[in-house]
Design a protein around this ligand. Structure first.
Ligand code: NI
Length: 167
C-alpha cells in the first residue's frame, strides 16, 4: 500500500477528463487500495483518481465515522437524480476551504465493482453529495467552480499564499 500525493487546486491536471477503465485488474485494485489509504490518512470521505493524477474513472468513498463503509466505484454513471439539497462541501484538493453547493438529494448510480461486475446503488443525503462531488472530479470539475468568480479568485490567492508559506 502507498500514500499517493494529492493535487491541489488550481493545478491544471485537476481539469483532465478521466478515461473509462478498460479492464478491472490487479493494477486497478492496487490503485483502489492506495486511494482508500490516502483518503483515510488525509482524512477525507471521498477521493477521485483525478486527484492523485491518475486519469481513469475510479473513485473511493466512505462516509461512515468508523471506516466501515468503503465504496469503490469504477466507471460510475449517474442514471437518475432527484430532489435538491444544499450542503457545505470541502475537498482534499482545496484544503481548508468549505462552501455551499446545490446538489441532487438522491442519485441512482451504476458502476463496476473491484471484480469488474456491474452494480447499481441508490444514495441520498451525504452519500449522494459525495458521489456527485467525486464524479465531477472525473469530468475535470472541482467544487469551487460552482462558486462565483470572485470567490474562486479569493480561494486561489489564499491557497497560493499558503503554498508559499509551506514551501
Ligand atoms: Ni474533492
Amino acid at each position: 500500500m502507498a500514500l499517493l500525493p494529492i493535487l491541489h487546486f488550481p493545478d491544471p491536471r485537476l481539469h483532465t477528463k478521466a478515461a473509462p477503465v478498460a479492464r478491472v485488474d490487479d493494477r486497478i485494485r492496487t490503485l483502489i487500495r492506495d486511494m482508500a489509504e490516502t483518503m483515510y490518512e488525509a482524512p477525507g470521505i471521498g477521493l477521485a483518481a483525478t486527484q492523485v493524477d491518475v486519469h481513469e474513472r475510479v473513485v473511493v468513498i466512505d462516509v461512515t465515522e468508523d471506516k466501515s463503509g468503503l465504496l469503490a466505484l469504477i466507471n460510475p454513471e449517474i442514471l437518475e437524480r432527484s430532489g435538491e439539497q444544499v450542503g457545505e462541501e470541502g475537498c482534499l484538493s482545496v484544503p481548508g476551504i468549505y462552501d455551499k453547493v446545490v446538489r441532487a438529494e438522491r442519485v441512482k448510480v451504476r458502476a463496476l465493482n473491484t471484480q469488474g461486475e456491474p452494480f447499481e446503488l441508490e444514495a441520498e443525503g451525504l452519500l449522494a453529495v459525495c458521489i456527485q462531488h467525486e464524479l465531477d472530479h472525473l469530468d475535470g470539475k472541482v467544487f469551487v467552480e460552482y462558486l462565483s468568480t470572485l470567490k474562486q479568485g479569493r480561494i486561489k490567492s489564499k491557497l497560493a499564499k499558503r503554498a508559499r508559506i509551506t514551501a
